[in-house]
Design a protein around this ligand. Structure first.
Ligand code: KIV
Ligand code: ZN
Length: 523
């Protein structure tokens, strides 16, 4: 663990987290302002240098979310995105002006393909807009970042010109986005070197990189850029983001930390907060992390083969290049079952990064006992599902499922009866038929709430193996051109289905009225 104080300021790589802005642009990852604040506080604990908290001009909800993050998160720099126009810059400043360390990040496309087909402007006009935007941002705050969008498909000569004009206008960070994930590591590193050689005033700004993962190269491209002299990397926790996602920040952080000598630089974050941050982002967005995902996947530090186990028992460094504890990962060494007590549960939850007050512990302990009665062993994944469920129930001010019963069988029409409480505290019961029991239960939820979104995707997976497994259900609903996701876990998959469907509907009702990103011109 290294703090900002013992990593020389000029040399270190700044970590710029855009989970709350570009991460949220992933289809189905919309977050409420409260969820964003919770993640921002965790990112502050992780020690990221900059948090891009949102895009202030995109919706009143985003404006409010950025404002509350700017007020409450004091260690990290708080940044808002803004297109290169006066209204966006003014909105960005309005959102971040109370931050201890505010930053405005303004951008405009630089590639001919974007200029011709999207902006309908020539290079001179775009350069003027970039300079005007940076100057206006600079009139509000010292810390200004400029991004020439689609840099990797832009004419390098125009790129040098627009970057140097932005620095003359006051940009303190220049970010090179691989907007469509087109670059290949060697080539991207070369681009950063050429910018250092050809932009005459580049020493007045920090070079940042922002990579998308369309060809699966986002982390490799970012690291090639660091080797070539970039000193800020942008990305998202778990690599979420638009299309195939953004650079996975945890992979960049641990690559630089583990191979400091190769990179000749370091990062100043508390790496032990990586795993709790990853879990929180996964729970809030309902995007599961694949088991073999580097650094934060369930299997990242588990050894299965006999030869590996033998080596690790003799000396961990035989097959481990990182100490699992250094990323906040703790293995499933403690077996929890129905005879376990409150202290054992609390200790295990603490190791997993959940600090509970007495009331929360009482609630989770009761749910744990109920589960332990049905299962031989309660694993870490079960506990994470219990915690996700508890936080969801706690946070939900919307509809709540109180009872589900199903009649089904060979030759019978599946029928579901559901009882729910409304946000106003009334109890409603509906009975509906369906093509199958899941269909019937989802129709019953729709009948209670009275809005009919389209079901885009329904997934059920067993969190743990065996006939007593907990079923984890994820649904994605489409309503008026936006996607809302919901997730719930229960040993009864029909109960989990009803709860996941209701969770998605509650998000839809809470977020209704915010403008979808894809409707905004110039994005
Ligand atoms: O991918 C991109 O180009 C962006 C910019 C707004 C930096 O997200
Ligand atoms: Zn992006």
């Amino acid at each position: 663990m290294t703090t900002k104080d013992n990593v020389k300021d000029q040399d270190r790589v700044r970590i710029f987290d855009t989970t709350l802005r570009d991460g949220e642009q992933a289809a189905g990852a919309a977050m409420t302002p409260d969820e964003k604040l919770e993640i921002a506080k965790q990112l502050e604990r992780l020690g990221v240098d900059i948090i891009e908290a949102g895009f202030a001009a995109s919706s009143p909800g985003d404006m409010e979310a950025i404002k509350s993050i700017a007020r409450e998160v004091r260690d990290s720099t708080i940044c808002s995105l803004a297109r290169a126009n006066p209204d966006d810059i003014d909105a960005a400043w309005e959102a971040i002006k109370e931050a201890a360390h505010p930053r405005i990040h303004t951008f405009i496309s630089a590639s001919d393909v974007h200029l011709q087909h999207q902006l309908h402007k020539n290079r001179e006009e775009v350069l003027e807009m970039a300079v005007a935007a940076v100057s206006r941002a600079k009139s509000y705050c010292e810390d200004v970042e400029f991004s020439p969008m689609d840099a990797t498909r832009s004419d390098p000569e125009f790129l040098y010109a627009i970057i140097s004009a932005a620095i003359d206008a006051g940009a303190t960070t220049v970010n090179i986005p691989d907007t469509v994930g087109y670059a290949i590591p060697e080539e991207f590193g070369e681009l950063i070197r050429s910018i250092r050689e050809n932009v005459h005033n580049i020493d007045k700004a920090i070079i940042s990189v922002h990579c998308h993962n369309d060809l699966g190269q986002a982390v490799a491209n970012s690291l090639a850029a660091v080797k070539a002299g970039a000193r800020q990397v942008e990305g998202c926790i778990n690599g979420i983001g638009e299309r195939a996602g953004n650079t996975a920040l945890e992979e960049v952080i641990m690559s630089i930390r583990t191979r400091q000598q190769y990179f000749e630089t370091n990062v100043a974050v508390d790496t032990t907060q990586i795993y709790p941050t990853s879990r929180m982002v996964s729970e809030v967005t309902n995007f599961p992390v694949q088991p073999n995902k580097a650094i934060v996947g369930l299997n990242s530090f588990r050894h299965a083969s006999g030869i590996h186990q033998d080596g690790v028992i003799k000396n961990k460094t035989t097959y481990e290049i990182m100490d699992p504890k250094s990323v906040g990962w703790s293995g499933e060494s403690l077996v929890l079952a129905k005879l376990s007590g409150r202290a054992g549960l609390r200790a295990r939850l603490l190791e997993l990064g959940y600090e509970l007050d007495k009331e929360e512990l009482d609630r989770v302990f009761a749910a744990f006992k109920e589960l332990a009665d049905k299962k031989r062993e309660v694993t870490d994944r079960d506990l994470e599902a219990l915690m996700a469920e508890d936080r969801r129930v706690e946070d939900e001010t919307g509809y709540r499922v109180e009872g589900v019963s199903i009649e089904t069988g060979l030759g019978r029409v599946p029928t579901a009866t559901i009882t729910m409480t409304t946000p106003q505290g009334e109890t409603k019961t509906e009975r509906t038929e369906g093509n199958g029991p899941v269909d019937a239960v989802c129709k019953a939820v729709v009948a209670v709430i009275g809005v009919r979104p389209r079901l885009e995707d329904y997934t059920v997976r067993a969190i743990t193996g065996g006939l007593d497994a907990v079923g984890d259900v994820t649904v994605r609903l489409r309503h008026e051109n936006r996607i809302y996701s919901g997730r719930a876990a229960d040993t009864d998959i029909l109960v989990a289905s009803a709860k996941a469907y209701t969770n998605a509907m509650n998000r839809m009702l809470a977020l209704d009225g915010t403008e979808p990103m894809d409707k905004m011109p110039g994005v």
